[in-house]
Ligand binder design. Structure first.
Ligand SMILES: *Cc1c(COP(=O)(O)O)cnc(C)c1O
Length: 217
């Protein structure tokens, strides 16, 4: 299928699973070059996900000005400075040292998602569920950090109920944070759902889905 067909198919599946508001589709272009990213742009995509600073900066340089870039991977503290002026949001805030570095390097408020390890798998990055609230409270000391939501990756399994519970747990946690009405952490958003599980994530309230493989293959 063509990129155009891929985009249309993903958008129609998204529409079929929408509950309230239409989620934002982030096209994950980490495995493809600027040419494919630009083809996605031509199809109307404006939000792109990258997990390596070099690859993000290359696309920033060679794509139209209104393309927005989301950093979705493990972010090394020493790389923050390179990307900080070029990101729409960072989806992988998972430690205070990273929050401190973002705060130090930022020239404006930076929208961040706290990454949560909802699967309990050791290999997955992110904070444990019970660490999330104290972490967010701690982030108050960093004036350039605004926590706009939570992000997770579901466990890799065919079992739909496990995946659904993972997303629903993240939504409950998001609601607990929202209820605190922190000024620095409105935490209204949910970044969840990838190629193999985005319909379930949308049913469970995702406001951003991060989709790579099925768009670019
Ligand atoms: C690669 C990646 C995605 C996209 O995964 P696909 O299965 O290709 O859709 C989403 N989120 C993160 C954090 C990723 O690293």
């Amino acid at each position: 299928m063509s990129i155009s067909d891929n985009v249309k198919q993903v958008q129609s599946i998204m529409a079929a699973h929408v509950q309230h508001a239409e989620p934002t589709l982030i096209a994950v272009t980490k495995s493809v070059g600027v040419d494919v990213a630009n083809a996605l742009y031509e199809e109307g995509i404006r939000d792109f996900g990258e997990n390596r600073p070099d690859s993000l900066l290359e696309k920033v340089k060679r794509m139209p000005e209104d393309a927005k870039f989301h950093f979705i991977g493990t972010l090394q503290t020493r790389k923050v400075r390179q990307i900080i002026d070029h990101v729409a949001a960072i989806h992988s805030l998972d430690r205070l040292s990273l929050a401190a570095e973002i705060d130090k390097r930022a020239n404006k408020t930076i929208d961040c998602f706290v990454q949560v390890n909802t699967s309990g798998e050791d290999s997955k990055h992110g904070l444990e569920i019970e660490e999330v609230m104290p972490f967010i409270e701690n982030c108050k000391q960093y004036p350039h950090i605004r926590i706009i939501g939570l992000m997770t990756m579901a466990p890799f399994t065919e079992e739909e109920t496990v995946v659904r519970e993972t997303f629903s747990r993240l939504r409950q946690l998001r609601d607990e944070v929202t209820a605190k009405a922190f000024e620095h952490a409105p935490c209204t958003e949910l970044s969840m759902g990838m190629s193999n599980d985005y319909p379930i994530a949308i049913e469970e309230g995702a406001s951003f889905v991060r989709i790579g493989t099925v768009l670019v293959q």
